[in-house]
Design a binder for this molecule. Structure first.
Ligand code: AMP
Length: 312
């Protein structure tokens, strides 16, 4: 099935305990598409300014599964920029700055040839903009969104409307707490289901992710990263979503068992992002490498044997 993603393509500056990197390729859409394109062709809709470096374009073009026909480069506009700093635990981070740039302008248009997209991922951007995309994707069959603290704080009303219109939400635990005022991920996920989406994934960094749906609850461990050196966790959430949604689009269904398998692939994709700054960990990644790591993950975590707890 066809997969489309909308979100940010940005220029990041990142500090981690392993080092720092300035003006590197980033953005929610970039990480998602890089991960998803290993599983299925991925259509990108985003906007950047004319300050977007040509090497960043060349990098995205090097992913053969990414279709950039929906990328707008706007003269006189500035690209979205984000700076973040990770604490010693590599799980918690502080946003140092966010320059919205082109995100404050009209959202990019969806090319006609993308309007038949069936699997839709609304990567992190203003929820009002995320809603606007939905209206222009009439063939959508499964729509999942991500959001984050900034949007929960400054655009809660738009976010609540978006939630009533989508099938799934992928969110991290601190954002789920901010959104629902509930610390327990299962209680928070139930509160989110009451807001609309019936597939809720709450990411808990190195502790994995939980899936809550009306059909059941599952807990997936993170990839036991003893053979991966954690260099930069930026984009792990987006590449988790990319692996998950990329697998769903290639598989064509999303029942409870499919969702667990998809989350396992998301976990594997994210584990490659961790090992390097920017998109480097995902560059040139083959299905064989993903499968090899999946085999290790299954052996270590016994995925699919004991993690599913039926709710009824
Ligand atoms: P993640 O680590 O998965 O949360 O994704 C980090 C990426 O999201 C970075 O590359 C940033 O450029 C991008 N990002 C940071 N803040 C925002 C925001 N408020 N809206 C959209 N994208 C963002």
């Amino acid at each position: 099935m066809s997969l489309i993603v909308t979100g940010t393509i940005g220029i990041d500056t990142v500090e981690t305990p392993s080092g720092s990197a300035q003006e590197i390729p980033g953005g929610s859409c970039a990480y998602f598409a890089a991960a998803a394109s290993c599983y299925t062709p991925t259509r990108v809709v985003a906007a950047v300014g004319d300050d977007w470096p040509s090497q960043h374009r060349a990098l995205l073009e090097s992913f053969s599964g990414i279709d950039l026909s929906g990328l707008e480069v706007r003269n006189g506009s500035s690209t979205f920029r984000w700076g973040g700093k990770y604490l010693d635990n590599m799980n918690d981070r502080e946003t140092l700055f966010t320059d919205l740039g082109v995100l404050e302008e009209a959202p990019p248009s969806i090319p006609e040839k993308f309007q038949d997209s069936e699997i839709v991922f609304l990567a992190n951007t203003h929820p009002g903009v995320q809603r606007g995309f939905l209206e222009r994707l009439p063939e959508r069959k499964f729509t999942v969104a991500d959001t984050m603290d900034l949007w929960i704080n400054i655009a809660r009303d738009d976010l609540m409307t978006l939630l009533s219109e989508i099938d799934g939400l992928i969110i991290n635990d601190s954002e789920a707490l901010l959104l629902t005022d509930r610390r327990n991920p299962f209680t928070a996920a139930n509160a989110i289901m009451d807001m609309g989406p019936k597939v809720v994934v709450i990411k808990k960094g190195e502790h994995g992710a939980v899936l809550v749906t009306p059909d059941g609850v599952a807990i997936l461990p993170a990839y036991p990263a003893d053979d991966v050196m954690v260099v930069d966790p930026t984009g792990c959430g987006d590449s988790f979503a990319g692996g998950m949604m990329g697998w769903i689009a290639s598989h064509g269904s999303w029942d409870f068992a499919d969702l667990q398998t998809a989350m396992a692939w998301g976990t594997i994709s994210a584990s490659f992002t961790l090992g390097a700054f920017a998109l480097e960990g995902l560059q040139g990644l083959s299905m064989e490498q993903l499968e090899e790591r999946m085999a290790k993950y299954q052996a270590a975590a016994k995925v699919g044997h004991s993690s599913a707890i039926p709710t009824s």
